[in-house]
Write a protein that binds this ligand. Structure first.
Ligand SMILES: [Zn+2]
Length: 656
């Protein structure tokens, strides 16, 4: 009897005292299934990933050689003579291609590429100074580094990109380590991060990077090394923002100018007090992603509340129907609420990629499909529009309208092979091979199916090992057949995302709506039996004992839908856009007798759709029933525009 009481006493104490059990590691409650566990074999993503591997990555390395980006490392390392070439943040471009190459090596062994990487890593290691500092422009010419670098180390953190560059190096080094098991690059990254940790901190030097990125990189470094000082440094850099009096005088709606740098780089308030998306949109999304990471790993609710508020602001007032964000050229920045012009839309490709990073992390925190709805919209529209089908031409801004002549900054109306500031092409190079990592996730007894792409994967849930295959022609066709093959029969829930667009909700806000409610409901069958949609946070929940070969069939009707914008979006008053499935469509001059801007889409226009397997890599074209002479139109997916000739393009067109 006494023993029994003693045992109960011990159990109670153990339940209360974490030291009795292994300290539970805080992290995202939902775990993504790594891209290495999912093999895509579809006609939409696989060709893009293959083009990235065969064309984009070698092309970007070649451009980096031609423009001195790679020689800068050799010069800094004393391996060759010469001056620094290019812009102060050019090191980061090389790191981003290397990250993409590492992901690509994971999916496809390539000894030649690995040798190339090792040689490049040797140059980077040579370029690293003895104490760990790495920033080629200063090492090559300490007396006269590139404009913006600052006279001395860390003296111009707001624009030097010293910390931004190495953040990308950490991501690349971790990726290469995970792909090959080699520590050569990781050691360079650790030496650098250890040095930066010795310089910055609460009792050391204060400051923060003008361009966020190192926060994400430090968290990745923490994940592979387990060294908490990297996580603490990420948090320190975030918390340093917006602490000084001069930073706080800028309101949420300030316009960018040299006088309000703080607003431009999200330091106008402490990060936990921010409520609106402001300033440079790529910096912003990287910061929100870094905040999500640190919050997941530390349990900081203040960070989560802030990014939740900011997300509401973006999704209800600042996102384009293409998923693009950052409407202003000036400062590459978010506009005011509802400031969403079409022809001058900036929508940097990097911001679309950052938007995917951020929304994915919010899903992992909250388990709500609305984040995947935003992610999918961005992915299929404003993100892949940034790269040509050939893989070697790129958009920096992604406008929703073009007269074929408009030029602004690098906003030319056709994709270009490269840019002096090449952030977008190299971001694409690292993003595309990671696509399979967005398809599945799991948590305890839930398996999430977030995206639809023909593929097979092995998902190691905590207690179950499950093979999952998808057969589908998505995004052209809404039928998806999913086989759930658990290693052993087991009871758990499969959460299948029912996309917002299939539930009459183009975005999870009132910023956009469909003109007509579709009465065609999504259909869900399990082993050929129709099931009611048991919805939970945007997912259809299927709880059962799963047996080998169990089959889920989905059918998402894909009628052509008309989208309206909120009446406060002045540029879209009286206009309509077309969407089918997850894809937003546009009219291009080449299909419409040279003219897209003067076309109309009256409410009584009816449409037919046809799949063309060869056109633009295979696309479904929307055509009006009316002939062209009678005001008819031809529309193609937005992402596919600007491949045939330079000319007019429009997403939004007048209803009358
Ligand atoms: Zn960019």
């Amino acid at each position: 009897m006494r023993l029994k009481i003693y045992v109960i006493f011990l159990l109670v104490i153990c339940a209360l005292a974490p030291m009795c059990t292994k300290k539970a590691q805080k992290d995202y409650p939902i775990k993504p299934v790594a891209f290495t566990e999912v093999q895509i074999n579809d006609a939409f993503w696989l060709p893009r990933m293959e083009t990235n591997r065969k064309v984009t990555i070698p092309f970007a390395f070649k451009k980096s050689e031609e423009t001195g980006r790679i020689d800068n490392f050799a010069k800094a390392g004393g391996l060759m003579p010469g001056k620094f070439e290019g812009l102060r943040y050019n090191d980061s471009d090389v790191f981003k291609i290397m990250e993409g190459a590492a992901y690509s090596l994971n999916l496809h062994k390539d000894p030649e590429l690995e040798t190339y990487m090792d040689e490049l890593i040797a140059k980077i290691a040579a370029a690293q100074e003895d104490d760990g500092y790495l920033y080629t422009t200063r090492t090559i010419g300490p007396e006269n580094p590139a404009p913006g670098a600052g006279k001395e180390r860390w003296s111009n953190l707001g624009s030097s990109h010293e910390l931004y560059n190495v953040g990308h190096m950490y991501e690349a080094a971790v990726a290469y380590y995970l792909a090959t098991g080699k520590r050569n690059f990781l050691n360079v990254a650790i030496k650098n991060a250890d040095f930066i940790t010795s310089v910055f901190g609460p009792e050391k030097r204060h400051g923060y990077p003008g361009h966020q990125e190192i926060e994400i990189g430090l968290v990745k470094l923490y994940r592979v090394t387990g060294d908490e000082k990297y996580l603490e440094l990420a948090r320190f850099f975030l918390d340093e923002r917006g602490q000084k009096e001069f930073e706080k005088k800028f309101s949420d709606s300030s316009r960018f100018s040299v006088y309000n740098q703080a607003w431009y780089l999200q330091a106008h308030k402490p990060v936990v007090e921010q409520s609106k998306a402001v300033g440079h949109s790529v910096r912003a999304t990287y910061m929100y992603s870094g905040m999500a990471d640190v919050a997941a790993l530390t349990g900081d609710a203040g960070y989560i509340n802030a990014i939740d508020r900011i997300w509401e602001n973006v999704v209800s007032k600042k996102i384009y129907i293409t998923g693009g964000i950052g409407s202003r050229h000036e400062g590459e920045a978010f506009g005011d609420d509802y400031e969403l012009p079409n022809a001058t839309a900036y929508n940097e490709t990097c911001a679309a990629i950052g938007n995917v990073f951020w929304n994915h992390r919010l899903f992992l925190l909250h388990g709500d499909a609305r984040y995947i709805d935003v992610l999918e919209r961005t992915l299929y529209n404003g993100l892949i529009s940034g790269i040509s089908l050939s893989g070697d031409r790129f958009f920096y801004p992604n406008p929703l309208e073009s007269d074929g002549k408009y030029k602004f900054n690098q906003g030319e109306i056709t994709r270009k092979p490269w840019f002096d500031c090449a952030c977008c092409p190299v971001n694409m190079a690292r993003f595309l091979p990671s696509f399979p990592g967005y398809v599945y996730a799991y948590q305890d007894e839930i398996l999430y199916i977030n995206l639809f792409a023909q593929s097979s994967g092995t998902i190691k849930m905590n207690k179950h090992l499950v093979n999952v295959t998808q057969q589908t022609q998505y995004p052209w066709d809404g039928s998806v057949k999913i086989t759930i093959d658990p290693e052993q029969s087991a009871k758990f829930s499969v959460y299948v995302r029912i996309p917002g667009w299939a539930r009459n909700e183009p975005v999870p806000s009132d910023l956009y709506s469909f003109l007509n409610q579709s009465k065609e409901e999504p259909i869900l069958k399990v082993n050929s039996k129709t099931q009611a949609l048991n919805m939970d946070k945007g997912f259809a929940r299927i709880l059962r004992r799963w047996e080998k070969g169990d089959e889920i069939e989905l059918n998402f009707p894909m009628p052509v839908r008309r989208v309206l914008a909120h009446e406060n979006v002045k540029d879209n008053l009286g206009k309509v856009a077309l969407q089918r499935g997850p894809l937003v469509y546009c009219l291009e001059g080449v299909d419409n007798e040279g003219q897209a801007l003067n076309q109309h889409i009256p409410d009584d226009m009816s449409f037919k759709v046809e799949f063309f397997p060869v056109l633009l890599g295979g696309i479904t074209v929307i055509t009006s029933e009316e002939q062209k002479e009678a005001g008819g139109i031809v529309a193609i997916p937005y992402y596919a525009w600007s491949h045939r000739e330079i000319g007019e393009m429009a997403v939004w067109l007048p209803r009358k």
